[in-house]
Design a protein around this ligand. Structure first.
Ligand code: SF4
Length: 70
């Protein structure tokens, strides 16, 4: 996880990748504090054992390629 110009970016190693709070953005207290500038990050942080973590099951859905049908 890192913050750049008020935007928070999550990386594959972060626990946030499958956290329900990340999918809702503002429900994560850490992301909210970083994005609002209440706390600052000196470097990249790897989130591995977050007490606010809530597991979220991602369901990917394939969609038709509309361009091929034209
Ligand atoms: S609650 Fe923790 S694990 Fe979830 S998105 Fe926020 S920092 Fe990441």
């Amino acid at each position: 996880m890192y913050c750049d110009r008020g935007k928070v970016y999550i990386e594959e190693d972060d626990q946030c990748i499958d956290c329900e709070n990340f999918t809702k953005h503002v429900d994560c207290p850490l992301i909210q504090a970083l994005a609002l500038g209440y706390v600052y990050m000196d470097d990249i942080l790897n989130v591995t054992n977050c007490n606010f973590y809530k597991h979220y099951e991602r369901h990917l859905k394939l969609v038709k390629d509309l361009k091929k049908e034209d």
